[in-house]
Write a protein that binds this ligand. Structure first.
Ligand code: NDP
Length: 396
């Protein structure tokens, strides 16, 4: 190997960002951290800079940038600190960056992730919201560039591993009947329905199998995460919504499956630790050590499967409908969900009202074709206004 690959980690202070840095640090001859970014956790980013000595760090604004720059200079680091969305796009598309981990949460990751795609990088996609919002445009940008897109979501990474290498020819052409997207069912899978109204953000964030950021933890509890993943799978693998079946699998050991026309079902298994898909995508088509312990099937003992309960999890139904409608509907679904989840985390709404807000927004605003990025961003803004007005109307 000539020189270590240069890695930009967008969202370096988050759960996926830190797991990525952990894997990268295990292979210093293969990988070097080129740029890291944060939003609110600047003290955490400072520690990341001390540990990995990147060429660039990006924070939210100029004030934070000046203060971090001064601190790093005092420590003798030559790291250059940039600010804002411009800084994020710059380190995502920088000519010297080889690999970009897209791990910013939510719509904020859209432009930097697209910049990495347009610049032809190897893009490791954790930021599913970017693809959900702009699917058709995103995939077109991928086709128009030399970029390689590798899914980080454990389900999509599993599907990618179970598909043949020429899957881009089309599902039918490569003999795929269905994608079986597994879901843990989250912390409220068995909670009596009447108690769902009164669950707290702490309960929603206490996922039984995975340790994740707060927004995706709430999405997992409402199963909106599975809905977003369904839309993500449709774009990544050129599948129709009806070709993606959600299967609740509480142990989270099978990360997803592919069902072939000859009756074969291929599955990818592993311990629930995001360092496995991260290491897979970093090294693909090779394999590297990730720090994840070997799966002990005897200890797991059994694998259970159930159908998802859409009465309990209306967000899953709303997401499937948005996938079927297409156009700007997924972008509106995503934006309304982001506003609702934030309001739930701030204890302004009940857990069950997350779906009410999203349903209300989708009913109020018709989907239009997403012909350009501005169409997507307009739909995103409009959905946020409508979700905010729901909060106002209900005195939250
Ligand atoms: P976290 O909340 O742990 O981290 C999010 C990261 O994004 C942080 O670095 C945060 O910075 C940064 N960020 C937040 N808002 C902004 C903004 N407005 N502008 C720029 N940066 C911002 O999230 P996760 O790591 O859990 O998730 C990241 C993405 O990966 C999500 O899209 C999620 O759906 C996806 N994903 C996560 C999985 C997991 O196991 N965690 C599994 C599969 C997918 P700061 O911390 O400084 O505020």
């Amino acid at each position: 190997m000539s020189r270590p690959l240069q890695i930009t980690v967008l969202g370096a202070t988050g759960s996926i960002g830190l797991s990525t840095l952990d894997v990268v640090a295990r292979h210093p001859r293969r990988y070097q951290v080129f740029a890291v970014t944060a939003f609110s956790r600047v003290a955490e980013l400072y520690k990341v800079c001390l540990a990995h000595r990147p060429r660039y760090a990006v924070v939210a604004d100029e004030v934070q940038a000046r203060s971090l720059q001064a601190q790093l200079s005092l420590d003798g680091l030559t790291t250059q600190v940039l600010a804002g969305e411009g800084g994020l796009c710059e380190v995502a598309a920088h000519p010297e960056a080889d690999v970009v981990m897209a791990a910013i949460v939510g719509a904020a990751g859209l432009r930097p992730t697209l910049s990495a795609v347009q610049a032809g990088k190897r893009v490791l996609l954790a930021n599913k919201e970017a693809l959900v919002m702009s699917g058709g445009l995103f995939m077109q940008a991928l086709r128009d560039s030399d970029a390689v897109l590798l899914p980080i979501d454990s389900e999509h990474n599993a599907i990618f591993q179970c598909l043949p290498s020429d899957y881009a020819r089309g599902m039918a052409e490569v003999g795929v009947r269905r994608i079986l997207l597994t879901a843990s069912g989250g912390p409220f899978r068995e909670l009596p329905l009447v108690d769902l109204e009164s669950v707290t953000p702490e309960q929603a964030c206490a996922h039984p199998n995975w340790s994740m950021g707060r927004k995706i933890s709430v999405d997992s509890a409402s199963m909106m995460n599975k809905g977003l993943e369904l839309i993500e799978a449709c774009w990544l693998f050129d599948a129709k919504p009806e070709q993606v079946e959600v299967v609740v699998h509480p142990q989270s050991v099978i990360h997803s499956m592919v069902d072939y026309v000859d009756g074969s079902v291929l599955a990818q298994l592993g311990n629930p630790d995001m360092r496995t898909p991260i290491a897979h995508a970093l090294a693909w088509p090779e394999r590297i050590e990730s720090g994840v312990s070997a799966l002990d099937l005897l200890r797991v003992g059994r694998l259970d499967f159930q159908a998802p309960d859409e009465e309990r999890f209306p967000c899953l139904r709303l997401a499937r409908q948005a996938a079927e409608v297409g156009g700007t509907s997924p972008a509106m679904l995503n934006a309304a969900n982001e506003v609702a989840v934030e309001a739930f985390l701030e204890r302004r709404i009940r857990f069950t009202e997350i779906a009410s807000i999203i349903g209300d927004v989708l009913n109020c605003e018709a989907s239009v074709p997403a012909r350009c990025l501005e169409d997507v961003l307009t739909a995103d803004r409009r959905a946020r206004v409508l979700a905010d007005s729901w909060l106002d109307r209900h005195g939250r």
